[in-house]
Structure formats: structure tokens, C-alpha cells
Ligand binder design. Structure first.
Ligand code: PEP
Ligand code: MN
Length: 360
């Protein structure tokens, strides 16, 4: 997919001097709830109202959305507040109904982006419309799958595109519901610099107290917008109760966020530097995580060696690792000397971890 400035035009058309904010409840629950929240969000920095009408749920038996009737409520939102409207579509029937209801922005959810069949079905059903379509990252950390989703839409002649970063599910427990893995979003931006990137801190966090920090980080990484779940009574929301914030809190968050503007050249430089440094921080974090994981595996090998009474140092294996890393390193422009020094240090640390297991 070539990069074309025209892909950003839809965002420029908003004429905002701040990032785009999409907000509204996880799910449309009742007409009253949908309208009440929308009225609280109008006349704020929010430009687009969100509400899930069809909800993809991990386990059956949870609230699966009100269905098509909710589209009428969104129409009322637009008529009464002037906010644009958006909802998730997950198959061609959803697309047909959402287009009939003149919903302005459609998004493809994380559980749909994983399926090329579903994305293609949605792309075919949307072909020829000029709606804005946003693609959430797939639930698994797979950049190609995310890019592929956007490419399928682009090929179906849908040109008003955007990406939503909502984090990635992992088996390991962390403080996040979905690990941000910022480096994947950063890499996406590098590959497709003209596709607006929106952060969904609500689904990354899974809890409302993390939303501010995640939003600030996204802005520091030059994201173009935020999608934040907002409910007038979060604790009693029918889905994602823990992560929603009240409209009042959302307005506070928007006020407190620092937006780095690119006006003067000097400021442009500082913004760019800030962005690059944020990228470095993200990558360093990923390096640390990887090293930590490597040492855990090394310790498990230590246990295995102990159980089988085998020596810690296996020279042949180590020489193979070093040689293949030097080869792969040179393909990435890294010198042999650097690779040798860094892997010797890593190897030594692994041996220390193994010896602790064996002697400890
Ligand atoms: C949602 O936006 O409410 C949703 C279901 O998100 P995701 O597809 O990111 O899980
Ligand atoms: Mn949700």
C-alpha cells in the first residue's frame, strides 16, 4: 500500500487543534443511557461518539449488545448533539445496517482483525462507500495481520482509513488488560506514516486509573487521537465496567493532557526529538523484557541440567549461538565486535542464573 497524504485528509477535515477524541460507552444499553452520555459529551473536545451495538464477547452468556435498534439511538445522538457517530462492525450484515443508519465511522474490532476472511467480507461490503473505517490491532501481537487488515480495505477502494492501538492479549498476567507493546504501534506508524493512529487506552488498561498515563504516552508518541470509553455510571455498565470513566472525568483528563504542538521550527525539532526519545524508551523496555525472559528460560535449563547431572557450560552450543547471532547481526548493520561483547555479557548472566539454580 503506497503512502498517500490523502489518507490523512479525513482527519484534517475535522480542523482540530488537538488530537481527535472519540468517546462514549463500551455498549449502547438503553436509549436513555446513550442519549444521556452523548449530551454530557457534547461541547467538549469530543468530536465522535462511540457505542458498541454488537458486542464480541469472549465467553457466551455475557451481554452481547442491543443490536440494530441501537442504531436508531445513534441517529438521535447525531441529530440532538451534532456529534459524529461510530460503532463496531463484525460482518456484512452489520455493515449494511450501519450504512443504512448513516453511521459516520465504522471500526473493526480486535477479534475480527485476526480473521482475514472476516476483514475481507467487511471490506467487500464497504467497497464504494466513503465512510471512515478504523482497524483495531488484532488481539495477538502480529503487525503483519494488522497491516493486512488495512491493506484489504485500501484495496477495496476505502481510502479514509485509520488504525486503533488497543493493546495485545498475553497469557502472562500484567497490570494491563492488554499489553501495550508500544513498539508494534510505533512500527506501524513508521510503515504507514500517513494512516492516522488512535490509541484506545481503555482496552489497554482494563481499569480506569491507568487511562491518563496511557493517553499521555500515546500523545508523546505522536498519536493522532484517543478513543476512550465513557459512561455516566461506569460501575453499573453492562460491559467493561472497570475501565469506563464518567464524562466529567474524561473532560478532566483531556484538560490535563499535554499536547505537543508542532508550530515553529524549533518546536518541531523538539517534538520530533521527544517522539524519537519515546520510541527509544519503548524499545529499551522491550529489550529489558526480552532479557528478563531469557534469564528465566536459562534458569529452567539450569534446573534440567541439575536434574540430569550435566555441566552448566556447553561450549559447542555457545559457539553456535555466537556465530549465528553475528551473522544475523551483520544483516542488521551490527558489528561483529558489538555482537560478541553483548552476547558474551548475556551468556555470562545466563550462566550465573544457572549456577544459582544448580548450587542454590
Ligand atoms: C470495544 O471497543 O468495546 C471493543 C470490544 O474493543 P476491542 O475490539 O478492542 O476488544
Ligand atoms: Mn469495551
Amino acid at each position: 500500500m503506497e503512502n498517500k497524504k490523502e489518507m490523512r485528509n479525513w482527519l484534517d477535515d475535522f480542523g482540530l487543534d488537538h488530537p481527535l477524541v472519540i468517546a462514549g460507552p463500551c455498549s449502547a444499553e438503553t436509549e436513555e443511557q446513550v442519549l444521556k452520555i452523548a449530551h454530557e459529551l457534547k461541547d467538549t473536545d469530543v468530536s465522535v461518539y462511540r457505542a458498541g451495538i454488537w458486542k464480541p464477547r469472549t465467553r457466551p452468556g455475557m451481554f452481547e449488545g442491543v443490536g440494530a435498534i441501537g442504531l436508531d439511538w445513534l441517529k438521535k445522538v447525531k441529530a440532538e448533539t451534532g456529534l459524529l457517530t461510530s460503532t463496531e462492525v463484525a460482518n456484512k450484515d452489520h455493515v449494511k445496517l450501519a450504512l443504512e443508519a448513516d453511521i459516520d465511522i465504522l471500526w473493526i474490532g480486535a477479534r475480527s482483525t485476526v480473521s482475514p476472511f472476516i476483514v475481507q467480507e467487511i471490506a467487500d461490503a464497504l467497497s464504494g462507500t466513503d465512510k471512515i473505517v478504523l482497524v483495531k490491532n488484532p488481539v495477538n501481537p502480529d503487525l503483519a495481520l494488522w497491516m493486512g487488515g488495512l491493506e484489504r480495505l485500501y484495496t477495496a477502494d476505502i481510502k479514509k482509513l485509520g488504525a486503533i492501538h488497543r493493546g495485545f492479549s498475553t497469557y502472562d498476567k500484567s497490570k494491563y488488560r492488554n499489553n501495550p507493546e508500544w513498539q508494534i504501534a510505533v512500527e506501524f506508524q513508521n510503515k504507514f506514516p500517513d494512516i492516522p493512529m488512535i490509541c484506545d487506552p481503555s482496552h489497554i488498561a482494563g481499569r480506569r486509573d491507568l487511562i491518563f498515563d496511557l493517553s499521555q504516552r500515546a500523545l508523546d508518541l505522536n498519536f493522532d487521537g484517543l478513543m476512550i470509553e465513557s459512561h455516566w455510571d461506569p460501575d453499573n455498565a453492562w460491559s467493561d465496567a472497570k475501565q469506563q470513566v464518567t464524562p466529567t472525568r474524561l473532560v478532566e483528563i483531556m484538560k490535563e493532557l499535554t499536547i505537543r504542538k508542532k508550530t515553529t521550527n524549533e518546536e518541531g525539532y523538539r517534538t520530533e526529538l521527544e517522539t524519537l526519545r519515546e520510541q527509544i524508551d519503548v524499545i529499551d523496555q522491550a529489550i529489558l523484557d526480552a532479557l528478563g525472559k531469557r534469564m528465566k528460560v536459562a534458569a529452567s535449563i539450569g534446573q534440567l541440567k541439575k536434574d540430569n547431572n550435566v555441566a552448566v557450560l556447553q561450549n559447542r552450543r555457545w559457539n553456535e549461538i555466537l556465530e549465528s547471532m553475528q551473522q544475523e547481526g551483520s544483516q542488521r548493520g551490527l558489528s561483529e565486535d558489538f555482537i560478541s561483547r553483548i552476547f558474551k555479557a548475556i551468556h555470562q548472566e545466563s550462566i550465573n542464573h544457572q549456577e544459582k539454580v544448580i548450587n542454590g
